[in-house]
Design a protein around this ligand. Structure first.
Ligand SMILES: Nc1ncnc2c1ncn2[C@@H]1O[C@H](COP(=O)(O)OP(=O)(O)OP(=O)(O)O)[C@@H](O)[C@H]1O
Ligand SMILES: [Mg+2]
Length: 271
């Protein structure tokens, strides 16, 4: 992937790249899709997100990447109503969302998975998915049908009656995806779905995620540290470091870009 030799550099040097970025400000503000503009999120004195503009439209897969602590999960929290912005706007198809809580985002078609899993451990795999559909207003019959279909699709057909907590970690991540899809989501935000997966499991997961925009007529925002997965799936990438957008573009552009090499990989290009 990288031809340039690299060596370690400290974070402040990494962030000093600036001038040659493909796009440091993000696209013009769009009125369609799920979007944040000029978003800042502060926790006390710490700016977890600074002036980030990003949009997500039905039909596309957008990769959101960056080193640990870059602000990726915080951005997903804002896009799903789990975290209020300090400043900036979140819009859904042009509608201001300032007063929306997480359940409103969910009702409007924005669903997510969690980096650290939030399944109902004692409930069965099937019940976990059904609960998600019922919360969206589905009847018990419809919820059951939808849950079974989606659980089969993610590869959990054999374990429908098992308690969620008894599943392997990687199967719990698949269940989390099925739960997100059970709500007829138009915007599916996946927070490190491939974490802990083997290469073969990653390839299976990639097939699923790649199929999602067409199969479910949705958009996918994919946070992922596995470069093979995120580069292979994303139509475009948005790279954060220290809460700021440092580069965005199509994968081929981004992965050859100095800002990506320096900041994301924590390295300085020598030649
Ligand atoms: N609720 C919170 N209170 C205080 N600080 C927070 C809170 N949530 C996140 N942070 C801080 O904000 C920064 C961004 O965190 P975030 O979890 O969004 O990063 P991330 O890119 O998802 O990292 P990772 O790749 O490790 O998951 C970090 O410095 C983190 O410690
Ligand atoms: Mg995170």
């Amino acid at each position: 992937m990288m031809r340039a030799a690299i060596r370690s550099a400290n974070a402040s040097e990494n962030r000093a790249v600036g001038a040659n970025q493909i796009n440091t400000r993000g696209p013009a503000i769009r009125t369609d899709g799920l979007a944040v503009s000029e978003l800042t999120v502060k926790f006390g004195g710490l700016a977890a997100i600074s002036d980030v503009t990003l949009s997500l439209c039905v039909g596309e897969i957008v990769g959101l990447i960056g080193p640990n602590g870059a602000g990726k999960t915080t951005l997903v929290n804002v896009l799903t109503g789990f975290q209020k912005p300090s400043s900036g706007e979140v819009t859904l198809n042009g509608h201001e969302t300032r007063k929306w809580g997480a359940s409103r985002f969910r009702r409007e078609g924005v669903a997510r998975t969690f980096q650290s899993g939030r399944l109902f451990g004692k409930l069965s795999v099937l019940e976990n998915a059904e609960v998600s559909a019922i919360a969206m207003g589905a009847s018990r019959d419809k919820a059951r049908k939808q849950a079974v279909e989606l659980l089969e699709w993610v590869g959990l057909r054999e374990v429908l009656q098992r308690p969620a907590e008894s599943l392997a970690y990687t199967d719990q991540r698949r269940l989390d995806i099925a739960r997100a899809l059970c709500s007829d989501a138009k915007y599916v935000l996946l927070d490190e779905p491939a974490a802990g997966m083997s290469d073969t499991e990653c390839d299976d997961l990639m097939h699923l995620i790649r199929a999602m925009p067409r199969k479910f007529d949705c958009a996918v925002l994919l946070i992922e540290h596995n470069m093979h997965v995120v580069m292979g799936l994303s139509d475009r990438l948005h790279v954060l470091d220290g809460g700021r957008t440092i580069v965005e573009g199509v994968p081929a552009e981004v992965q050859a870009h100095e800002a990506f090499l320096r900041a994301y990989l924590g390295a300085e290009i020598v030649e």
